[in-house]
Design a protein. Structure first.
Ligand SMILES: NC(=O)c1ccc[n+]([C@@H]2O[C@H](COP(=O)([O-])OP(=O)(O)OC[C@H]3O[C@@H](n4cnc5c(N)ncnc54)[C@H](O)[C@@H]3O)[C@@H](O)[C@H]2O)c1
Length: 246
């Protein structure tokens, strides 16, 4: 029996990268999954690898459309909700196009607000559940040209703690995952070639992170093994953020 048998999980940004890896691991652990993504082609590809996945082509910035998708999936119940969708853009602040900033704030912050607000009544109706937000190690230190991205992720950490307190009385746990560098289409679009090796060498373990390793941590946080864990941001970074000069 899987660690998430009988659970129903909805994941945003599940068409590719970390979101797709989480969806696959949740399904491996016995969960029924709902996948949401703005990119219909990616979504179809990922859904094709997961038996009985329900797919929703939706922009998380569109509050009503996201709520509609969540409501449809939650007709049969909802136990786990993952706010994972993101928009990446790295540039010096003076060179950040305003539309890119708007997109990052809308997808990363408002998308997480809308996902959480759509999921909450269903989790309450179920008698409890869990929400997992995607933060980043970018909150722990400054990354070149990533001021807007790190700000989005800092907001996610604050929001996670806030919601953990607000929803704790309903037996809803709210946590965040802060992955180190994972090779995904999004990360590859903003990290230059030499940046990967730099990050690998900075880690005390001399390694980057696999999307499946983030997914394993998501399974743990979503499972009963984490029954008393709420309001935390769990780093999955092979020690990168605690390493000083050495
Ligand atoms: N990759 C890393 O190194 C890394 C590190 C730390 C944290 N994270 C976090 O993990 C999460 C996933 O990152 P990733 O690297 O897999 O990203 P990615 O860009 O590779 O994948 C993101 C997915 O979200 C979808 N998406 C984008 N905008 C959307 C919208 N408006 N509505 C619905 N779906 C939308 C994309 O189509 C894509 O399938 C993000 O929250 C990111 O900040 C990633």
């Amino acid at each position: 029996m899987g660690r998430l048998s009988g659970k129903r999980a909805f994941i945003t940004g599940a068409g590719g990268g970390i979101g797709a890896a989480i969806a696959r691991r949740f399904a491996d652990e016995g969960a029924d999954v709902g996948l949401a993504d703005i990119n219909a082609d990616l979504l179809r590809e990922t859904a094709g690898t997961i038996a009985d996945a329900q797919s929703f082509v939706v922009d998380v910035c569109d509050r009503a459309a996201l709520a509609n998708a969540v409501n449809t999936f939650a007709t049969d119940g909802l136990d786990i909700f993952v706010n994972n969708a993101v928009a990446f853009f790295y540039a010096p602040l003076t060179e950040m196009p305003e539309d890119a900033v708007d997109r990052m704030l809308n997808v990363g912050i408002k998308g997480t607000f809308w996902g959480t607000s759509a999921a909450t009544p269903h989790l309450i109706a179920r008698g409890g559940g869990t929400i997992i937000n995607l933060s980043s190690i970018a909150v722990s230190f400054a990354i070149k040209n990533a001021a807007v991205y790190t700000s989005v992720k800092g907001a996610i950490d604050a929001f996670t703690r806030q919601q953990a307190v607000e929803l704790g009385g309903h037996d809803i746990r709210v946590n965040a995952l802060a992955p180190g560098t994972v090779s995904t289409p999004g990360a590859r679009s903003v990290i230059e070639e030499e940046g990967w090796e730099k990050r690998r060498l900075l880690s005390p373990m001399g390694r980057l992170i696999e999307d499946t390793e983030v997914a394993d941590a998501a399974v743990f946080l979503a499972s009963d093994a984490a029954a008393t864990i709420t309001g935390v941001t769990l780093k999955i970074d092979a020690g990168l953020t605690i390493a000083g000069p050495r």
